[in-house]
Design a protein around this ligand. Sequence first.
Ligand code: G3P
Ligand code: CA
Length: 242
Amino acid sequence: MTNEIIAHRGWSAEAPENTLAAFRKALDAPYVAGLELDVQLSKDGVPVVIHDFTLQRTTNGTGFVKDKTLAELKALDAGIWFGEAFRGEPIPTLAEALALAKGRGTVNIELKTAGHMYPGLAEAAVKVIREAGMEKDVYFTSFDHLVMLEAKSIAPDIRTGLLVGGRPIAMKYQFEATGADVLSIAYPYITPELVKETKELGIGLFAWTIDDVERIRAVAALDSSIAICTNRPDRAREALGV
Ligand code: G3P
Ligand code: CA
C-alpha cells in the first residue's frame, strides 16, 4: 500500500485552484487518487466550488460569494488571475466537479462555513452527491465540526472528516460525538503518537498541505495509510516513487 495523493483545490500549482481545469489536470495523472475542493452556497442556494468567502483573489468579481446568484457567479472569470491561458474559466458548481470526477477518483468536499454562515449547505451538498450517485466516492470535511455532525445526521452513509489546523483536543470525545470517519490535519501536527491514536480509534488520516518532497517523504514514512493532500502531485509522485 502506498500513500494516496490528493490534489488540493485540484492541481492548483499549475492551473487556477478549484476550477475544472485544475481538476482535469489532476485526474488525468494516473497516480492521483482524488481531489480536494471547497464548497459554498450561491445566494440562490446552489453549491459552488470556491475557497475564499470573497471573490477578489480568484475571480474578476468583488464582494461575497453568498451575495451572488449562480448566474452572477457564472458570469465571472475564475481563471484569468492565474494566467492568460485560463481566461474564461468559470467557477464550477459542485455538480460539475463531481460529474468530472465520477469514476476517476475520490472527492474531499470541504464545506466552507462557520457559525451558521450557510444554513442548508450540508443538505444542498448531499442532494448533489445523491443526484451524482457518488455517496461512496466522497468525503465531507470542515473546520466547522457542527456541520460535520449535521452532515452525518442527514446522510450517515457519506464519510465525514474533522478538519483541524493544530493539535487535536479531546479527539476521542470529538469523534464519538460527531461519528466522523477521518481526521484531516495540518501536516506538522502529525506525530507517531497521533498516528497510533487514530488507528486505535479506527479513523483515517489526511495530511495537508504538503508540497515539499522531503516533507512528503517524512509524513508518508509515519504510515502508508496517510493521504497526502498537495498542490503539487508531481512532487508527491517523486517523493513516494510511484
Ligand atoms: O483540506 C484541508 C485544507 O484545504 C484546509 O485549508 O484553507 O486550504 O481550505 P484550506
Ligand atoms: Ca480546503
